[in-house]
Design a protein around this ligand. Structure first.
Ligand SMILES: Cc1cc2nc3c(=O)[nH]c(=O)nc-3n(C[C@H](O)[C@H](O)[C@H](O)COP(=O)(O)O)c2cc1C
Length: 343
């Protein structure tokens, strides 16, 4: 599948998730089979007008490695002039695309008029997209837009805003078809993805409630979207991309990874995140990841309490080693039980 001047396959991507899709996690997902990924959201105000510290933090959030490509960097903002400059600054680092967030409705973002609230004012949304396209074009980088269905069920504006995005030069749109009012409740309404697909000629990426290969196949077939994007189901589960990619290829399900692979992956993730952001920040973020990686492993709920308070890499390694030892004991016990009952 192509977006502007770059190609990716399979047509399966990792969704942007603040506090989750850091560079190491994105790389894991790419290695397991995601065709591309989106960064965590970065504030255009912080990039353009922030002090030294907030600029440094923004650039750290937007850092990517060459191996991740294709990768899109997501920015948010509501002031066209600032978005133009922010896009230009981001584009200088040569990501494959700059993505505009029109999906987030948390108060911190909505208060500055950015994110999903822009879907209530299609004229302003269009001006923001046009300016971002201009800024990114200075360095030859295409722009994509990620949006929800609309602000509320009375105002499903995604098809209109997607068309306007195309008219001012956006190269693709992705759609999570819940309204801002819905937040993450209820179901995503995939018929909105189909309506967006009918409204534009640029590629449309569908998102919302994909948990396995069958869901991905169904979304592609029902909506006609060009690619699918996976968010929450990938948390602690980069392996899911191998499974979905296999299903899309030949309709078969992949085996669950062994506990050892899950723990090794969690440790690699923690080490890389520490290298990137420092041990303290990395451990704050890894608490949730570690709980996700070990979910469903024997006695993991007992260890979760300790994982949620972990403060050093060494402590994390110890708890994960304990987790693995318990899982191996259970596996040995169940093997012994099976042998005894076969004979
Ligand atoms: C923890 C979390 C953080 C998110 N952060 C972002 C973000 O920074 N930018 C964005 O466009 N969407 C963000 N989203 C929305 C996801 O990209 C995605 O659209 C949504 O979770 C629906 O997909 P899913 O059902 O596969 O999770 C976030 C979602 C979650 C759960």
């Amino acid at each position: 599948m192509n977006i502007a001047n770059f190609h990716f396959e399979p047509n399966l991507t990792l969704a942007p998730m603040a506090g989750v899709t850091s560079a190491p996690f994105r790389l894991l997902c790419r290695r397991y089979g995601a065709g591309m990924s989106w960064s965590e959201l970065v504030s255009s105000n912080a990039l353009v007008m922030g002090g030294e510290k907030s600029q440094e933090k923004s650039h750290q959030l937007a850092w990517f490695s060459e191996e991740e490509r294709p990768v899109a960097l997501q920015i948010f903002g509501a002031d066209p002039a600032i978005m133009r400059e922010a896009a230009s600054m981001m584009a200088e680092t040569k990501p494959d695309a700059i993505d505009i967030n029109m999906g987030c409705s948390v108060p911190k973002i909505a208060r500055c008029g950015a994110g999903c609230i822009l879907l209530r004012t299609p004229d302003l949304a269009q001006a923001v997209i046009a300016a971002t396209v201009e800024g990114a074009a200075r360095h030859g980088v295409p722009v994509t837009v990620k949006m929800r269905a609309g602000w509320d069920s009375q105002n499903i504006t995604a098809p209109e805003v997607a068309k306007r995005a195309q008219d001012v030069g956006a190269s693709a749109v992705s759609v999570h078809p819940r309204t801002a009012k819905q937040a993450f409740t209820g179901h995503s309404d995939w018929s909105v993805i189909r309506r967006v697909k009918e409204a534009v000629d640029i590629p449309v990426i569908g998102c919302g409630d994909i948990k396995n290969g069958a869901d991905a196949r169904q979304m592609l077939d029902e909506t006609g979207c060009d690619a699918v994007m996976v968010g929450r189901a990938a948390q602690g589960n980069p392996f899911l991309f191998a499974s979905i990619a296999q299903y899309l290829k030949d309709g078969t399900e992949a085996e669950e990874p062994y506990h050892q692979e899950k723990i090794d992956t969690a440790l690699w993730h923690a080490q890389e995140l520490s290298n990137l952001r420092g041990e303290h920040t990395a451990m704050n973020e890894m608490r949730r990841h570690a709980a996700w990686y070990t979910k469903g492993m024997p006695e993991s709920s007992r260890l979760r309490d300790r994982l949620c308070r972990v403060s050093s890499l060494m402590e994390l390694e110890d708890i994960l080693a304990e987790c693995l030892a318990i899982a191996n004991q259970y596996a040995e016990a169940s093997q012994a039980w099976a042998l005894a009952h076969v004979n």
